[in-house]
Design a protein around this ligand. Structure first.
Ligand code: AMP
Ligand code: ZN
Ligand code: FE
Ligand code: FE
Length: 274
């Protein structure tokens, strides 16, 4: 079983790297990638824990790109973790995360829902802060009942306190990942309302190496549609559960979503040109 999309508490996952690897082992996964949002901080510890259990760990990342004011998540794999330009780029990405969280917090205060921003930024030592941390603060303060309600009413694209990310477009993010020796894949393309955007992104200059076809939030029809899209575009296929821990109201695909071994081999082969 192969799962190339997993989060730790270095970003918005609930589990420390070691605890994540324990769950991965329990699920029977033999190849894994930690893909935290805009940070590689969880990888070293996950790699050590994975090695101890005979699990192969691929270095990964999930970078937020911006297309027309909307977030598009781009997965990177097999890159050099020590590559300086990548590290600098990720520093700037995390700075924009803090900027966005501050601005969204100010909007919430204006809506009569003040929350403790410093507590949000310090939350469980997360290296890359994000909207889930604001959602949890809204729940703790009693303004909403659940994370989902926080996203639906305030933090999602159409929410009252939404502030867009600022940063590089998909093609530039793909370039940063390639410069660091990695491969890029568009994360969970089935979650975008607009499949035409994905069609455009995989076609032009700066197209990614792959799209993520197998994902917890893709039903059978979406998976089939995306396989067909990848086939037509002549690009590779990745997959993973996007496991964040057992968060309430979120389906758990760990142990259920598998990137077939032959698809993984084709992807890995592109990472080490002969
Ligand atoms: P950010 O990284 O700040 O853009 O926040 C996006 C993250 O929030 C996603 O990667 C998910 O982990 C999580 N998320 C997005 N939408 C929802 C939702 N409706 N309910 C709960 N979590 C969500
Ligand atoms: Zn996340
Ligand atoms: Fe994502
Ligand atoms: Fe993710």
């Amino acid at each position: 079983m192969i799962d190339l999309h997993l989060h730790t508490n270095a970003s918005d996952g609930l589990l420390a790297p070691e605890a994540l690897v324990a769950r991965v082992a329990e699920a029977g996964i033999t190849v894994m990638a930690v893909t935290d949002h805009d940070t590689v901080a969880g990888i070293d510890r996950a790699e050590a824990a994975a090695a101890a259990r005979g699990i192969r760990l691929i270095p990964g990342i999930e970078i937020t790109a911006v297309e027309d004011g909307r977030d598009v998540h781009v997965l990177g794999y097999f890159f050099d973790r020590a590559h300086r330009p990548l590290a600098d780029f990720l520093d700037a990405q995390r700075a924009d995360r803090r900027r966005r969280v501050r601005e969204m917090t100010a909007r919430l205060a204006a809506l009569g829902m003040p929350i403790d921003l410093e507590a949000v930024l310090a939350r469980q030592g997360a290296h890359a802060v994000g909207r889930p941390a604001i959602a949890d603060a809204l729940v703790r303060a009693g303004y909403v009942a659940t994370r989902t309600e926080a996203f639906d009413r305030f933090l999602g694209n159409d929410g009252a306190a939404f502030v867009p990310r600022q940063g590089a477009a998909v093609a530039a993010v793909v370039g940063v990942i390639r410069e660091a020796g990695g491969l890029a894949s568009i994360a969970h393309p089935g979650l975008h309302r607009d499949l035409a955007l994905i069609e455009r992104l995989v076609d032009g200059d700066g197209a990614p190496d792959a799209i993520e076809v197998f994902h917890t939030d893709h039903d059978a029809a979406a998976t089939a549609r995306l396989l067909d899209l990848a086939e037509r575009a002549g690009i590779l296929v990745t997959g993973g559960s996007d496991f964040h821990g057992d968060a309430a109201g979120r389906p758990v695909g760990l142990g259920r979503i598998n990137l077939p071994a032959d698809r993984f081999e084709r992807f890995a082969a592109k990472a080490r040109p002969s």
